[in-house]
Design a protein around this ligand. Structure first.
Ligand code: HPA
Length: 234
C-alpha cells in the first residue's frame, strides 16, 4: 500500500496499462481481462489486476495531466516494481494527414513542462518510447487494421490552450498530436530503467476542429487496449 494506491504487495502486475480515466480502466479490465479484481480505489482512481492470455496485467487509472500521472507511475515503479508501463489515452491530432480514430504511437514527446523539469533546467531532454514496445505495437495495429502513425507528439499542461502560435509551430515541425501525460511517463521510465509507450487514439482534431462522437469512442478505445496488450506480450 502506498499513499495513493491501496493495492497489497503482489497485487500489481509487472505490466501496467494506464488510461487517464478510471472508468476506462474498469471497462478495459472487464472487457479484456480474465479474473479481473479491483486492487485500488483510493480517491476513485480505479485499478484492476487480471490476466490476458495467461499474462498478469494491471490496468490502473492515471488521472489527467503529468502531475497526476507522475504520482501513480512513481508509486507503481518504485513501490510495486512495475516494469512495463503503457499509457492508453486520447489525443488531439495536429496534422491534416492524421484522422479521427487513427492511432498515434508516440516515439518521442515534446513538452514545456513536466514534474521532472526541475532536474533538467536549461536542457531540453528528449523523452522517448521503448523501441521494442513501439515496434510490437506498430505490428499489432497493422494486424488489427487500424491506421497508425509513429512519430513525435506534444505533452501539454493545458487542454484549453491559449497558445495557438505554439500549436502552429508544432504542426509546422511535424508533431502528430497533443495529449497531457506521456512526457512524464517516458522520463520516469528512463530514470528507473523501465519500458514505456503511449498508444493514443485521435479523439479530436486541432486542424479540422472535428471531434469523435461519444458512441465511437468505445471501439477506438478497445483497439488501443488490444494494441497495448499485444505490444507488452507480443
Ligand atoms: N489537447 C490536449 N489533450 C488532449 C486533447 C487535446 O486537444 N485531446 C485529447 N487529449
Amino acid at each position: 500500500m502506498t499513499i495513493h494506491i491501496g493495492a497489497k504487495a503482489g497485487e500489481i502486475a509487472e505490466t501496467v496499462l494506464m488510461p487517464g480515466d478510471p472508468y476506462r480502466a474498469r471497462w478495459a479490465a472487464q472487457t479484456f481481462l480474465d479474473d479481473a479484481k479491483l486492487v485500488n480505489e483510493t480517491r476513485g482512481m480505479l485499478g484492476f489486476t487480471g490476466t490476458w492470455r495467461g499474462h498478469k496485467v494491471t490496468i490502473q487509472g492515471s488521472g489527467m495531466g503529468m502531475p497526476s500521472l507522475s504520482i501513480y507511475a512513481n508509486e507503481l515503479i518504485r513501490d510495486y516494481g512495475a516494469q512495463t508501463l503503457i499509457r492508453i489515452g486520447s489525443c488531439g491530432a495536429m496534422q491534416p494527414s492524421v484522422a479521427l480514430r487513427d492511432i498515434i504511437l508516440a516515439m518521442t514527446t515534446s513538452t514545456v513542462s513536466t514534474p521532472s523539469l526541475g532536474i533538467f533546467r536549461e536542457l531540453n531532454y528528449a523523452p522517448h518510447a521503448d523501441f521494442d514496445l513501439l515496434r510490437k505495437a506498430a505490428e499489432a495495429a497493422a494486424r488489427i487494421g487500424v491506421k497508425t502513425h509513429v512519430g513525435g507528439i506534444y505533452s501539454s499542461d493545458t487542454f484549453y490552450d491559449e497558445r495557438p502560435d505554439l500549436n502552429d509551430q508544432l504542426t509546422r515541425h511535424g508533431v502528430l498530436g497533443v495529449e497531457m501525460e506521456a512526457a512524464e511517463l517516458y522520463t520516469l521510465a528512463a530514470r528507473y530503467g523501465r519500458r514505456a509507450l503511449a498508444v493514443l487514439t485521435v479523439s479530436d482534431h486541432l486542424v479540422t476542429k472535428e471531434e469523435l462522437p461519444a458512441e465511437d469512442r468505445e471501439q477506438s478505445f478497445g483497439d488501443m487496449v488490444e494494441v497495448a496488450l499485444s505490444a507488452a506480450f507480443g
